[in-house]
Design a binder for this molecule. Structure first.
Ligand SMILES: [Zn+2]
Length: 481
């Protein structure tokens, strides 16, 4: 852990040649954070005072990873072979459960630490954990019921990333299957358990919301009870990711999934619909009218063969959007935004689909600003970005990165998303503290940043435990019981 987090922080005064403020690059920006690690002022057009730390590149606000299942990092790269005539989401899920059934709290901590260091390097400074791996492999609660949630909080603390814990309500196997399957026994939760879990872990960079796994995995009465019993944070739900789920919902309720939520939940600004891939124009308009948001996970949705969202309509309707790493096949937001736009280009045989010539002709900028604001809402954070009152997070760009060099400053964000730099960020700050990246600021005299240390692989370092857990879980385990 970085020593800076154990001691009272000094105030931070930084100067950047340019920073992304109010939707555009602004020059010569002075950024000041207080000893609590929050911005107190962000002012463009300023000379660099002698006491300020001059940053060697442009700075961006960090983004929120609005949908993560940390344990699935242990499964990345292990499901890319077709083992039967048919291979789809449901076959993937059966294989993923085989890993989920074996993970211990110590392995969860190690894998999440490994993952969160990767997410920081990928430009995320806050992660929303859609957390449903609650119980021991037997299905019995741990002696400490929040052991797995605490493992996630420990990983966040070790790396420096912010965490929004979203304990998940999970009650049944399907619309017409009132019991859980045997291989879902670790997920079983009641509304009261979810409400207790969301209070179980807290910290300076930890907050909480709640989640419903999906309409198929929870009773309607329980969904409504959770929505009525919790008003202190965001409420997330997987919805309309797969066409089979849409068909089952229609058969069971007479409504499409998003339509059901609009009619019965009812949706409001607390709700974050994860995927919402298969939505009709009418459903999109109703979500827009409700104030609810959508969490897109383009890398995972491509990997699992989910389908493509109607991105132009979601954008035009003004629905807040955020990004999630979900199954962890991608762990950087520039890659997610590239996938999001490329899916639309391939589908529609057009270019710059997400751009709006009238208001924002730059594709990357329009998408970035949408997910910057949408991610903050998904994490339940009222202030976010390079603005006074927000946590002092930033990403220091490497403008000398081979893929970016030569680009005019006005096109840096375009290059970041579409020129695919290998390591775009020199350093990552969370709460006024450098936590990741190869760049050594003067304030890091006490040692490398927390997440860099976690990713270093030195014997005894958190990364050592992470790699060991990944190797263990990559071995075939006993068949799910
Ligand atoms: Zn998910």
């Amino acid at each position: 852990m970085n020593a800076a987090r154990q001691n009272p922080q000094a105030a931070t005064l930084l100067w950047a040649p340019r920073a992304w403020l109010q939707g555009r690059w602004q020059e010569a920006v002075l950024l000041e954070a207080d000893s609590t690690g929050h911005w107190t002022s962000v002012t463009p057009g300023q000379p660099c005072p002698p006491q300020a730390q001059a940053l060697p590149g442009a700075v961006l606000p960090g983004l929120v990873d609005a949908h993560s299942h940390a344990f699935q990092r242990a499964f990345v790269g292990l499901a890319e072979r077709r083992e039967a005539a048919q291979d789809d989401f449901w076959a993937w899920r059966d294989r993923m459960y085989g890993v989920a059934l074996r993970i211990t709290p110590d392995e969860m901590r190690a894998i999440a630490t490994h993952l969160y260091a990767e997410l920081l390097e990928g430009g995320y400074t806050q992660v929303c954990e859609f957390h449903y791996l609650h119980h021991a492999p037997s299905g019995q609660p741990y002696a400490e019921p929040a052991a797995m949630a605490q493992a996630l909080a420990d990983a966040a603390q070790a790396t420096g990333i912010g965490l929004t814990l979203l304990p998940v309500l999970y009650e049944r196997a399907g619309f017409s299957q009132p019991q859980l399957r045997a291989d879902q026994r670790r997920f079983a939760t009641s509304v009261d358990q979810v409400l207790a879990l969301q209070q179980a872990v807290r910290g300076p960079r930890v907050n909480a919301g709640v989640a419903v796994h999906s309409l198929r995995a929870a009773q309607p009465a329980s969904i409504l009870a959770l929505a009525q019993g919790f008003s202190a944070g965001p409420l997330h739900i997987h919805v309309a990711e797969q066409t089979a789920e849409v068909d089952d919902c229609i058969a069971a309720t007479g409504c499409r999934p998003i339509e059901w939520l609009c009619r019965h939940a009812p949706l409001d600004a607390r709700w974050h619909l994860v995927h919402a891939t298969h939505a009709t124009a009418q459903e999109i308009d109703r979500v827009a009218a409700s104030g609810a948001s959508v969490v897109l996970c383009p890398g995972t949705e491509a990997n699992l063969g989910d389908g493509l969202p109607d991105l132009p309509r979601w954008l035009a309707a003004g629905v807040p959007l955020s990004l999630g790493s979900d199954s962890q096949v991608t762990r950087s937001w520039p890659e997610e935004l590239r996938w999001l736009e490329y899916g639309q280009r391939l589908l529609l045989r057009q270019r710059n689909v997400a751009a709006d010539p009238a208001t924002q002709p730059a594709t990357a900028a329009r998408l970035f600003d949408r997910v910057l604001a949408g991610g903050a809402a998904a994490a339940g954070l009222a202030r976010w970005g390079l603005v006074p009152g927000a946590r002092a997070d930033l990403l220091l760009l490497d403008e000398d990165e081979p893929a970016l060099c030569g680009l005019p400053p006005s096109h840096l964000l375009d290059g970041l998303v579409f020129a695919a730099p290998a390591r775009p960020f020199r350093a990552v700050m969370v709460g006024g503290e450098w936590v990741a990246g190869p760049w050594r600021a003067g304030s890091l005299a006490e040692g490398p940043p927390a997440a860099t240390q976690a990713a270093s692989g030195a014997p005894g370092a958190p990364a050592d435990a992470g790699r060991k857990a990944l190797r263990t879980l990559a071995q075939p385990g006993p068949a799910p019981g």
